[in-house]
Design a protein around this ligand. Structure first.
Ligand code: 13P
Ligand code: SF4
Length: 390
């Protein structure tokens, strides 16, 4: 029996501190005040001074004040590809979250430097699967006699060491835009999949895209002995879902879908696959951030939409399409707090430091982890059709 304890400790406020969970709370150097009216001009000037030495990537959930300085915007799949395709850039400034910057570091050359303007921009979902927990889970699968026939698949939203774990065990990375083809790839190589760390993306893809039954999916809870599963349950399952979720998308409810349909006649509900299964079942369309953007670009004038994804993106879409009625699916869901950590003062600070020759907040993944994580990422990037997708 394996009992996994969480490595996170709780401290009495103000008495002790955990440098891991508090990384980035202090910002080295002089962060410009958010009220500085010259911030936009300073960012422009710093970008111009760095020229081709700099490439700025921006995830769709970033604030408008930051996204205006991105050379490329995209979902996590597109941004990983873009980072890999910029060998000439000396500095890649990643306006997104920590796991994305790690992936960029893994996919770029050793001399290229990846910078995350605020180190506190993590991801609560990625933090829900720690390497020690996943190794324990693999031992549980081995004890049940199923590890040899299981392919580990991790969502991009996971730390580099989890990606490396998958690389080492013949597994692969997926994103919300290619989860179906990645799962098909995995089932060509094994009888079962261990899907990390987002149970919702795993379940939605397995059931709605691959046609598996809900009863063929089990949930492995890292906080329970043996994941809360018996050897018989593991033997019968096709997909072993890790008990993790997105703290933003997990909050959209099926009631909100009913409510918006009652309020807006003819509304089409479009949600991200990190939403709970009941929500996705009630929606009209489901897809990655890039899919959501393209769908609205192609939507007819006058059409009405309720969108279940991060608020920065939904607001931007509403502004970009004044000819369409675009609503946010659930009133009580907030911005992604960690995505929002990257603001204009942090971006200006990071860029100006680069101009002065100081590389701040560099994200580096050690060579051993990189090697195996790259294998898992590369398997995803090599899937037929993936390189041409946009
Ligand atoms: P995509 O951009 O891949 O759709 O992912 C959404 C997300 O939650 C990123 O953190
Ligand atoms: Fe993580 Fe969810 Fe925020 Fe994406 S939206 S960074 S998955 S918490």
């Amino acid at each position: 029996m394996t009992i996994t304890s969480t490595p996170l400790s709780l401290f009495v406020l103000g008495k002790e501190s955990d440098p891991q969970s508090e990384r980035g709370v202090e910002c080295p150097g002089d962060l410009p005040p958010a009220s500085d009216p010259a911030l936009v001009e300073r960012a422009r000037r710093a970008k111009a001074a760095l020229g081709d030495r700099l490439f700025v990537l921006g995830h769709h959930y970033q604030r408008d004040e930051v996204i205006q300085f991105a050379d490329v915007t995209g979902d996590s799949f597109k941004l990983a590809r873009e980072a890999a395709a910029r060998p000439e850039a000396e500095f890649i400034v990643f306006c997104g979250v920590h796991f994305m910057a790690e992936s960029a570091d893994i996919l770029t050359a050793p001399e290229q430097k990846v910078i995350l303007p605020d180190l506190a921009a993590g991801c609560s979902m990625a933090d829900m699967a720690r390497l020690a927990q996943v190794e324990d889970a693999w031992d549980v699968l081995a004890a049940a006699g199923v590890a040899d026939v299981t392919v580990p698949v991790t969502y991009m939203n996971s730390s580099a060491d989890i990606k490396a774990f998958c690389g080492r065990h013949g597994g692969v990375v997926c994103t919300s835009s290619n989860a179906k083809s990645v799962l098909e790839w995995a089932f060509q190589r094994g009888e079962k999949v261990l899907f990390l760390p987002d149970q919702h993306l795993g379940r939605n893809t397995a059931v709605l895209q691959l046609g598996l039954g809900l009863d063929e999916c089990v949930v492995y809870d890292p906080h329970r002995p043996d994941g809360g599963l018996t050897a018989e349950q593991l033997a019968a399952a096709k997909v072993i879902l890790w008990k993790g979720h997105c703290s933003v998308h997990g909050r959209f409810t099926a009631e909100a879908v009913d409510d918006v349909r009652a309020r807006i006649p003819g509304v089409k509900v479009l949600v991200h696959p990190e939403c709970q299964h009941e929500v996705v079942l009630k929606a009209d369309l489901v897809g990655s951030t890039e899919f959501i953007i393209k769908t609205l670009e192609q939507a007819p004038e006058g059409s009405a939409w309720a969108i279940g994804t991060e608020l920065n993106l939904v607001k931007r879409l509403a502004n970009a399409h004044p000819d369409k009625q675009i609503a946010f699916l659930e009133k009580t869901v907030c911005y992604c707090a960690t995505m929002n950590r990257i603001d204009l003062p942090h971006l200006v600070w990071a860029l100006e430091q680069l101009v002065e020759g100081n590389v701040v907040n560099q994200i580096t993944v050690d060579e051993e982890t990189s090697r195996y994580a790259r294998e898992a990422l590369q398997r995803m990037l090599d899937l037929p059709g993936e390189t041409a997708k946009d």
